[in-house]
Design a protein around this ligand. Structure first.
Ligand SMILES: [Zn+2]
Length: 64
């Protein structure tokens, strides 16, 4: 089961959620209850240009 990291636009806190691929339920911030959250691609953005996460977490062994 994949763990997704989300970032709340309201309080700017980050949290992780276990999500099914088919889970379309709304994600809410556990801290402020805000619904304006955006998915943060961390461990999957290896070598990508979309993240400020360093190459330290760039592991090739990420599977499901
Ligand atoms: Zn929040």
């Amino acid at each position: 089961m994949p763990i997704y990291e989300y970032s709340c636009k309201k309080c700017e806190s980050k949290f992780e959620l276990l999500r099914h691929f088919s889970d379309a339920a709304e994600v809410t911030c556990p801290k402020c209850g805000g619904v304006e959250v955006e998915k943060v691609l961390s461990s999957f953005s290896c070598g990508g240009s979309s993240g400020g996460y360093g190459a330290m977490g760039c592991a090739p062994s990420v599977s499901s």
